[in-house]
Design a protein around this ligand. Structure first.
Ligand SMILES: C[S@@+](CC[C@H](N)C(=O)[O-])C[C@H]1O[C@@H](n2cnc3c(N)ncnc32)[C@H](O)[C@@H]1O
Length: 291
């Protein structure tokens, strides 16, 4: 089962132009706080659910995580193209063991129960199906159930995602969302609010839950290029464009408005405003949970 609305087998080739390993430093800090003296990063057994093109796994390998003979690094994704990109990216890092890449569904993972010290997932669960009311929560509950089953007794679950507010067209963290308001609205509805996360995690057996904004802000040079949204390469990095293409007129009208705003200077001013807002509101949240 792939993303319910984005053709990642096509878009993953260009996905990295606008994307980074958001929340990596915060995740490492939480791991240290959770594990104390046990936080020997190379020895950790780690799985990344919905690893995409391997941006987070690469950041983990660069930090030596899971790279000792006792450690393990595993990435799971439903996109074969994403896994191919991951394989290429990880090949330049040294490890005592080869990262294991699995083409599969994060709602039903083949893997030993109680094995992983860190079950990680970033920006993946909002791709789960959401055709009927409550379905997204039910599907997310399946993933959290799998995460709980895969996690070692003293392991940590870490999820990087956004709040619906961070995804909002006018007050959110993405500068170009105001040009695609209907798509931004659909996308924001796919992001679970904090109280729902707390309830879902409690239902799935997690007693200790910590949720806070990711401290750093993240931009690639391509991601803050005002002309980026006109190109397929830029569009490949954000599923708002897949949603915009499914709404008649949304993409063309948005690009026309952006074009006008670039010419008048309004787009540059707005980008600056969003970047300033992100310093306080932040772009993402990190959820960690343990039993
Ligand atoms: C926005 S990308 C995030 C990729 C990566 N985690 C990152 O932060 O760059 C979402 C990823 O979730 C994957 N995905 C969506 N639904 C999935 C499912 N049911 N099982 C496994 N992977 C899934 C997609 O193929 C895609 O790679």
């Amino acid at each position: 089962m792939a993303s319910s609305y984005e053709k990642y087998n096509l878009t993953h080739k260009n996905y990295d132009r606008t994307r980074l390993a958001v929340g990596h430093a915060d995740t490492v800090a939480r791991l240290h706080a959770h594990r104390g003296h046990l936080a020997d990063l190379p020895d950790l057994k780690i799985i990344d659910l919905g690893c995409g093109t391997g941006l987070q796994l690469a950041a983990m390998m660069a930090a030596g995580m899971g790279t000792s003979a006792r450690g393990e690094l595993c990435g799971l994704d439903s996109s074969e193209t994403g896994l191919e990109e991951t394989r290429k990216k990880l090949s330049c890092y040294k490890s005592k063991n080869q990262p294991r890449l699995i083409n599969g569904d994060m709602r039903q993972v083949d893997g030993a129960t109680g094995r992983f010290d860190l079950v990680f997932s970033s920006f993946a669960m909002h791709h789960l199906p959401r055709q009927a009311p409550g379905q997204l929560l039910d599907e997310t509950r399946l993933v959290l159930g799998e995460a709980e089953r895969l996690l070692a007794r003293d392991g940590l679950l870490a999820i990087v995602t956004c709040t619906p507010e961070q995804m909002s067209a006018d007050l959110g963290s993405m500068w170009y969302y105001r040009y695609f308001p209907r798509a931004a609205h659909l996308l924001a509805q796919r992001f679970i609010g904090i109280s729902d996360w707390q309830q879902l995690l409690a239902e799935c057996g997690f007693a200790t839950v910590e949720i806070s904004p990711v401290a750093d802000v993240y931009y690639t040079a391509a991601g803050i290029d005002l002309t980026g949204p006109f190109t397929e390469e830029f569009q490949a990095g954000d599923s708002i464009f897949a949603l915009a293409k499914s709404i008649p007129g949304e993409l063309d009208e948005g690009l026309a408005a952006l074009s006008t705003d670039i010419a008048s200077g309004a787009a540059a001013l707005y980008l600056n405003e969003v970047m300033q807002r992100n310093e306080t509101h932040k772009q993402a949240i990190l959820i960690t949970a343990s039993r």
